[in-house]
Design a protein around this ligand. Structure first.
Ligand SMILES: [Zn+2]
Length: 242
């Protein structure tokens, strides 16, 4: 998922089925044709600079039922609210860890079986959240670096340098210095989904694009990638609670 070219983004509103609808218009030089996308941030319309706004909006109106159907699906995908009290459940690699709170002079967190034991100096959700996130980041680095090592052997690639990111909008990125950045939030997902993202980024070390050759490389490392990619997209909201 490499960085895209900078593009102008503009919040706009149009009337769809008699209701005002906010959307984001992205104008990109060199783009061909108009593209519509609906995800957790709503409707995004991408268009080349040369196409007048009226034609862009006409295209959206012509796709009205598709847009409204997609928006309805996304509205059902609510981000779950995370609780931070003793006994709360935390998603981790497809399982649930039970949060166990204690008091201590210094904040720390460690896993013990299916429990995440967190100690904080003073009670409070924010202190607990911070200690939990710090633990997720550490655990994510260990797990993701191991999986990247495993799949780089399979791909006959030199292992990349794995770094942890706090990105909310993308799961991974990589660059020509063989650095792979992966979001720590990924480890809230089940292991097969994590593996798909790792394979996706490793395949970019061979192909810095989303060409057919790139997807063939992803398929070689992760034969079920299509199903996993769809599942990750459909469950994305579940991993955004903290
Ligand atoms: Zn990619």
């Amino acid at each position: 998922m490499p960085a895209r070219d900078a593009a102008a983004q503009e919040p706009r509103t149009l009337t769809l089925a008699g209701e005002p609808l906010d959307y984001t218009l992205v104008r990109r030089r060199g783009r061909r044709g108009i593209g519509l996308k609906v995800d957790s941030s709503g409707l995004t319309v991408s268009a080349p600079l040369s196409i007048p706004l009226a034609r862009v909006e006409k295209m959206v109106l012509e796709s009205e039922s598709w847009v409204l159907g997609k928006l309805a699906v996304w509205r059902t995908r609510r981000v779950p609210e995370q609780r931070w009290d003793d006994g709360a459940s935390l998603p981790y690699l497809g399982q649930a860890l039970t949060l166990r709170l204690a008091a201590a002079r210094r904040a720390h967190a460690a896993v013990d079986g299916a429990e995440l034991r967190v100690a904080v100096p003073a009670p409070g959700d924010e202190a607990v959240r911070r200690a939990v996130v710090a633990w997720y980041r550490r655990s994510a680095l260990v797990h993701l670096a191991q999986r990247a090592f495993f799949f780089s052997r399979l791909a006959v690639l030199a292992p990349p340098r794995v770094m942890i990111s706090s990105a909310n909008s993308r799961w991974g990125s990589c660059n020509s210095r063989r650095e792979v950045r992966l979001a720590w939030r990924l480890v809230k997902a089940r292991p097969a989904l994590v593996d798909y993202v790792v394979c996706h980024e490793l395949a970019h070390l061979r192909h810095m694009n989303h060409s057919r050759e790139f997807w063939a490389e992803v398929a070689r490392l992760c034969p079920d990638y299509r199903v996993l990619r769809d599942e990750l997209e459909a469950t994305d909201h579940l991993y955004r609670s903290f």
